[in-house]
Design a protein around this ligand. Structure first.
Ligand SMILES: Cc1cc2nc3c(=O)[nH]c(=O)nc-3n(C[C@H](O)[C@H](O)[C@H](O)COP(=O)(O)OP(=O)(O)OC[C@H]3O[C@@H](n4cnc5c(N)ncnc54)[C@H](O)[C@@H]3O)c2cc1C
Length: 392
């Protein structure tokens, strides 16, 4: 074991089985060969990594949740989290783009019928390698999911969608969307329904494409619905179940997001170990100045703790235990610790940390979104408080 890997995997650890070890190795090599060399350029020019997605698809490290009976690899949430950490280590902008298909297909996986799974998962996402996006957020409803206003009105055996979604990852490139809309405006969260909507539907357009602080290789855009007719057979689950589906999706997707934040932490840690061992100040390698060494020690502690929580959350999902508290712990902790690690890595690098020639500047820009998307850090804590005080 070289000193780099020693820095990031010390102490007693849960043993991965041989297949999982292989998966990690494959994803790590993939990130080293295909992501890290282009990450700075894709970030600077906001290049959508379609080429990398398709290469990853050949290896079975995207669309991982598609079950074997629909032509996928049928990975567990845990296995997907292992891959997510490795891709996130390479570049979280690119890993976000690669991971969104899994988020978008989750509603169908959780609540869809056989025909929907075979078509949208098996044929479209898996077989044809199409992109899909997940659309909940609206200009006036982000944290408050139940407050969405996109309307789906039933007419002549179909639903007519009107409204818009914002900040939707991969929206400009997606071939279809899983969209949450209100079928009953008076029924609060019980009036929400989930639909699969084809990109080619008349009346659907992609609106503003956002220019972002970080994760610039991922696409973020608006979707606009103007009298978009969606066949009744595209309702996922039953009308009125949308809110519950969205909440289950988040339980399942948060371990993967936390895992990507772990990847960013490990990158911050390893870059810091390397630099602090080489850079000298006052005649000593800077890690020997305790203030610097301790920062790096904290990065190592927080990375290990984040990963343990992430693995626990993923394991819980795979065990069929739907308790939102643990994914919320993992997502909040990994996001907060990744943010701290990125800030501290820039500090360890001093002035060079602020420059684009060194990788930690990008980590700092990329990391902030982890405290915002898939439920902000405040919302994760609200979930934890709710579960601690209002559930036995
Ligand atoms: C790059 C990017 C990609 C995204 N991708 C997707 C996607 O693919 N699909 C999708 O549907 N959405 C996506 N989102 C949306 C994202 O999930 C929301 O931005 C996020 O949930 C926060 O919603 P908001 O922006 O409306 O903030 P608001 O809800 O307006 O919150 C603003 C601030 O107030 C705090 N706040 C709000 N309510 C409370 C409360 N009750 N208690 C404590 N604090 C509170 C928040 O934590 C936050 O700090 C993405 C966003 C970004 C920036």
């Amino acid at each position: 074991m070289d000193s780099m890997s020693q820095a990031s995997s010390t102490g007693p650890r849960f043993q991965l089985n041989e297949e999982q070890e292989m998966l990690v190795r494959m994803a790590r090599e993939f990130a080293a060969d295909n992501i890290i060399p282009v990450a700075a350029e894709y970030d600077e020019k906001s290049i959508f990594p379609a080429d990398i997605f398709h290469k990853a698809r050949e290896l079975g490290i995207v669309n991982m949740l598609i079950p074997e009976e629909y032509g996928g690899v049928g990975a567990s949430c845990f296995e997907e989290a292992l891959v997510s950490e490795e891709l996130g280590y390479g570049c979280t902008g690119i890993s976000t783009s690669l991971g969104v298909n899994s988020l978008a297909i989750l509603p169908i996986l959780i609540a869809g019928n056989e025909k929907q799974k075979a078509y949208w998962l098996g044929e479209r996402a898996g077989g044809q390698g199409q992109f899909c996006s997940y659309g909940v957020t609206e200009a006036n409803a982000g944290s408050n999911v139940a407050g969405i206003q996109t309307r789906a009105e039933k007419k002549n055996g179909a639903y007519i969608l009107n409204g818009s979604k914002t900040f939707i990852t991969n929206a400009s490139y997606a071939h279809y969307y899983t969209i949450f809309a209100k079928t009953d405006l008076e029924a609060g969260h019980r009036g929400m329904t989930c639909f699969v909507v084809d990109r080619d539907s008349p009346g659907l357009s992609v609106g503003k494409k956002f220019d972002k602080l970080g994760q610039r290789a991922s696409d973020t855009a608006e979707i606009i619905f103007e009298d978009v007719e969606v066949p009744e057979e595209n309702v996922v689950g039953a009308p009125g179940q949308g809110f519950y589906i969205a909440m289950k999706v988040f339980d399942h997707s948060r371990p993967g997001v936390a895992a990507a934040a772990c990847g960013l932490q490990r990158r911050a840690l390893e870059e810091s170990v390397k630099y602090a061992g080489e850079r000298e100040a006052f005649g000593l390698p800077i890690y020997q100045h305790q203030a610097v060494g301790h920062k790096i020690a904290d990065m190592a502690i927080n990375y290990e703790a984040s990963r343990l929580l992430t693995w626990q959350a993923a394991w819980q999902v795979d065990a069929g235990i739907f308790n939102p508290r643990v994914p919320a712990y993992a997502k909040a902790f990994a996001a907060d610790m990744a943010t701290k690690a990125a800030v501290d890595a820039v500090q360890v690098f001093g002035g060079y940390g602020y420059m684009k020639e060194f990788p930690v500047e990008k980590l700092l820009r990329d990391v902030k979104i982890f405290q915002i998307y898939e439920g902000t850090s405040e919302i994760q804590r609200n979930i934890i408080v709710r579960e601690l005080f209002h559930k036995s």
